[in-house]
Design a binder for this molecule. Structure first.
Ligand code: HEC
Ligand code: HEC
Length: 244
C-alpha cells in the first residue's frame, strides 16, 4: 500500500513537471518516466492549468498578430478562443467574437483589452493567480526595430497585468513604456507624416497616464486604447505584413 502511494506520488511529480508552462510551449521538458507505472489520470487542477497555457499562448499570439498587422491570424485565434478554448465564460466568448467580427485592425486592437479583462475576471472570481515568468527586457538601441521590441515587451507585461490580474507585471510594463522611445527619423528619409508624429505623442501621453490606472476594468480599457494607438501608427507607417 505504502509502495503504491509512493509510485503515484512520483508519477504525480513527473506529471506536474510536464504540465507546467515549459511543456505547454514545447516538448523539450518531457522527461522519461521515473517509474514503470502508467502516469496517473490528470487531476482536475492539472488539466485546467494545461488548458490555461493554451489560452495564454492563443491570447498572447493574438495581441502580437494585431500589433504586427496580421488581422486574418488575429481573427483565427479569436475564433479558437470563442469556440474551442476550455473552460470559457460568456464574457470571454463575447469578447473573442467581437474581435473575430472586427472590420479592421484598429477596431480589433481596441477590443483586445476586453478579452484580457475576461481572462482576468474569471481568475479573480476563481481566486486563481497565474504566475508569469518575466523575460529579460530587450536592450535599448537607436533603430526603430529595437525601440519596437521594447514597446512589444512593455505591451506583453501590461497584457499579463490585465490577464492575471497581476500588479507586478503591470508595473514592469508601465516602467518599460515610460522608458521606451520612438524616434521616427529612423523610419523615413523625408519628414515623418504628421499623423504618425501624433500617434507617437499619443503613446507618450498614455505612458504618462499608465502609473495612475487602477483596477482590472480600467487597465483592460487602457490596454485596448494603447494597442489601438500601436495599430494606428502601423497602419500608416509599416510595410504590409509578409505572407507566411
Ligand atoms: C472559466 C474561468 C477561466 C477563464 C475564462 C480563464 N481562466 Fe485562466 N485560470 C482559471 C483557473 C481556475 C486557473 C487556476 C488553475 C489551477 O491553478 O489549478 C487559471 C490559471 C491560469 C494560468 C496559470 C496556469 C498555471 O500553470 O498556473 C494562466 C496562464 C491562465 N489561466 C491564462 C488564461 C488566459 C490567457 C485566459 C483568457 C484567454 C484565461 N486564463 C481564461 C480559470 C479561467
Ligand atoms: C509612431 C508610430 C508607431 C507607434 C505609435 C508604434 N509603432 Fe511599432 N512600428 C513602427 C514602425 C515605423 C515600425 C517598423 C515598420 C516596418 O519596417 O515595417 C514598427 C514596427 C513594430 C514591430 C515590429 C518590429 C520588428 O522587429 O520588425 C513591433 C512588434 C511593434 N512595432 C510593436 C509596437 C507596439 C506594441 C506599439 C504600441 C505599444 C507600437 N509598436 C507603436 C511605428 C510605430
Amino acid at each position: 500500500m505504502i509502495r503504491i502511494s509512493w509510485l503515484v506520488c512520483l508519477a504525480a511529480m513527473t506529471w506536474s513537471c510536464e504540465s507546467g508552462p515549459g511543456a505547454a510551449r514545447g516538448p523539450a521538458t518531457v522527461h522519461a518516466p521515473i517509474a514503470k507505472a502508467p502516469p496517473p489520470p490528470p487531476v482536475a487542477s492539472h488539466k485546467v492549468r494545461e488548458q490555461m497555457w493554451a489560452h495564454f499562448e492563443a491570447a498572447a499570439e493574438l495581441q502580437r498578430a494585431i500589433a504586427q498587422g496580421r488581422l486574418a491570424d488575429a481573427r483565427e485565434l479569436a475564433t479558437w478562443l470563442a469556440t474551442k478554448a476550455e473552460p470559457r465564460t460568456p464574457e470571454l466568448i463575447g469578447a473573442a467574437l467581437r474581435i473575430q467580427e472586427a472590420p479592421d485592425l484598429k477596431t480589433a486592437a481596441a477590443l483586445t483589452g476586453a478579452l484580457a479583462g475576461a481572462c482576468g475576471s474569471c481568475h479573480e472570481a476563481s481566486k486563481a493567480a497565474p504566475v508569469f515568468v518575466i523575460p529579460r527586457e530587450p536592450a535599448d538601441g537607436p533603430s526603430i526595430e529595437t525601440q519596437m521590441q521594447r514597446h512589444q515587451w512593455a505591451a506583453a507585461r501590461l497584457w499579463e497585468g490585465v490577464i492575471g490580474p497581476n500588479d507586478d507585471a503591470w508595473f514592469f510594463g508601465v516602467q518599460a513604456m515610460e522608458n521606451a522611445k520612438i524616434d521616427l527619423r529612423w523610419t523615413t528619409k523625408a519628414a515623418p507624416p504628421p499623423e504618425a508624429v501624433g500617434f507617437a505623442e499619443e503613446l507618450r501621453g498614455l505612458a504618462a497616464r499608465a502609473p495612475n490606472v487602477e483596477g482590472r476594468a480600467a487597465r483592460a480599457e487602457f490596454y485596448g486604447t494603447m494597442l489601438h494607438t500601436c495599430a494606428s501608427c502601423h497602419a500608416i507607417l509599416r510595410s504590409p505584413p509578409k505572407a507566411p
